[in-house]
Design a protein around this ligand. Structure first.
Ligand SMILES: [Cu+2]
Length: 494
């Protein structure tokens, strides 16, 4: 516990509290246990508000500033009242001028309509004092898993997400695919950012407190700017009994840090990625052992974790990730310590019941799409003036870059000739990642956000078969600074 003293004294100084609105940690060692997040079903009201001291933006829920986990059943309506109570005059900087404090919500990964009042980030926008009423029809075939909501106001997405304006969504029913998880303790881990303090001594103290790698990591030359927090806490402790199996559901809610997750003592027994059970498209695959799991910003993993032997020192870590010569430093660090505990005495969570929904594509169909020439190529570029897709910088009033008739699978290629990584994301749609560069992926997975390595490309099978997804939508780089500076484009689903 000696190690913890340095940063608890920092909290006492207020240095870290000022860095993010999400630090709700008392100066008491017992509070280092991973906080449980408030959970709710819908309807729910969430407010955007400005911290009176720092001026930073935050979500308020029931007089608290911890965003709730929203739990929703497939085949039900996700109702969210979202009130913009942000200051009319922002004290935060959005790329050289005060932020507008406009805001809205995106329901990342849900297979829902992109039209108002659903997952529409183009027409639904609230100025300070206004409210938005979301009524999102989550279809019965929505894959059961971990999703998330975050703000999506073009030009200020980065600062709002960095401030912590996001929360987890659980689409119930994952036990339909992996029944054993209903008897396990469920933990939801939301990864966010602590901006490293400017003061050299404070900065060093925070870096030491998470055992941050100090030798250069990857090709990026810049200094580290962030440490990860878990549920708002720097390096919390997660209690688990030796041999106990827990069900961890992790979302990387950082606007631009990659979490290449690793456990000291074991592999992840992965059951879902980006909210989609591995079995959803292939009932023969229920779990897959992965020694580490790369979560780009917005990525999620759900996995069974087996507690290490008693008295072993063990941690959940993020590995060094090479973001490229023009990328941000993304060094290794400890996210959480694992501590031994008595087995959780829990009643099994109520199962949703019902049968799992599967959506299988025949291997022959997938192979034909994969072998075909790409129907569309996304090329990420950047220069001193901004960030581009296919040479175009996003404007709110621009037309769609392309129109797609729904009903089929499309081969897309995403090309990254820049000197840094970019995570590709498309709203409402999952895609199969089957090739990186010229190399076929050994165990292809369905994702909604994928890293595109620098100087390389990814080949994807886009699932445009869903008749619900019709209307104007978006695809973009999920490094939100890049998105804000233009690396986004519209797609019209017809
Ligand atoms: Cu990018």
């Amino acid at each position: 516990m000696i190690k913890t003293i340095s940063y608890f004294s920092l909290w006492a100084m207020g240095g870290l509290v000022a860095s993010t609105g999400l630090f709700a940690v008392a100066a008491n060692g017992q509070d280092r246990l991973l906080p449980e997040l408030p959970q709710t079903t819908t309807p729910v009201t969430v407010e955007a508000a400005s911290d009176p001291v720092t001026g930073k933006s935050e979500f308020r829920y029931r007089d608290n500033n911890t965003p709730p986990v929203i739990r929703v059943r497939p085949g039900s309506i996700l109702k969210v009242e979202y009130k913009n109570e942000l200051d009319a005059q922002s004290r935060e900087d959005c790329f050289g001028h005060p932020c507008m404090n406009m805001t809205n919500l995106h329901f990342h990964g849900l297979h829902v309509s992109p039209n108002a009042p659903q997952d529409d980030v183009l027409d639904m926008m609230a100025s300070p004092g206004e409210a938005l009423q979301y009524s999102v029809e989550v279809p019965p075939q929505q894959p059961s898993g971990l999703y998330w909501y975050h703000t999506h106001s073009h030009g200020e997405s980065y600062i709002q997400d960095l401030d912590g304006m996001s929360g987890a969504i659980v689409v119930e029913g994952v036990e339909r695919y992996v029944p054993e998880v209903s008897n396990m303790r469920e933990r939801i881990l939301v990864l966010r950012d602590l901006v490293l303090p400017r003061d050299a001594a404070e900065r060093k103290s925070v870096m030491e407190s998470v055992a941050m790698q100090t030798i250069q990591c990857g090709a990026a030359a810049e200094k580290p700017e962030r440490a990860f927090t878990v549920n708002g806490t720097l390096r919390p402790q997660i209690d688990i009994a030796p041999g106990e199996r827990q069900f961890w559901r992790i979302v990387n809610a950082s606007p631009d840090c990659y979490a290449d997750l690793e456990l000291d003592w074991a592999s992840f027994d992965v059951v879902a990625l980006d909210g989609m059970p591995l079995a959803y498209h292939d009932p023969s695959i229920r779990r897959r052992s992965m020694s580490h799991v790369l979560l780009p910003p917005a990525g999620r993993v759900e996995a069974i974790i087996k507690g290490p032997a008693a008295d072993s020192r063990a941690a959940l870590r993020s590995r060094c990730f090479d973001t490229g010569p023009d990328g941000d430093s993304n060094p290794a660090m400890i996210l959480a310590d694992i501590v031994s505990a008595q087995p959780s005495r829990l009643k099994a969570r109520p199962a949703l019941g019902g049968k799992p929904v599967y959506a299988t594509f025949s291997p022959a169909v997938l192979q034909r799409v994969e072998a075909s020439e790409p129907l569309f190529v996304v090329t990420f570029t950047e220069d001193k003036q901004g960030f581009y897709i296919n040479g175009q910088k996003f404007e709110m009033n621009s037309g769609p870059m392309l129109t797609v008739d729904v009903g089929s699978l499309h081969h897309w290629r995403v090309v990254n000739p820049t000197r840094e990584v970019h995570p590709f994301h498309i709203h409402q749609v999952h895609f199969l990642v089957y090739s990186v560069g010229e190399t076929p992926v050994k165990d292809p997975v369905w994702l909604d956000t994928v890293n595109v390595p620098y100087g390389s490309s990814v080949d994807l099978v886009m699932d445009f078969t869903d008749p619900i997804i019709r209307g104007m939508s978006l695809f973009h780089c999920h490094l939100l600074k890049h998105e804000d500076k233009g690396m986004m484009a519209k797609i019209l689903f017809r």
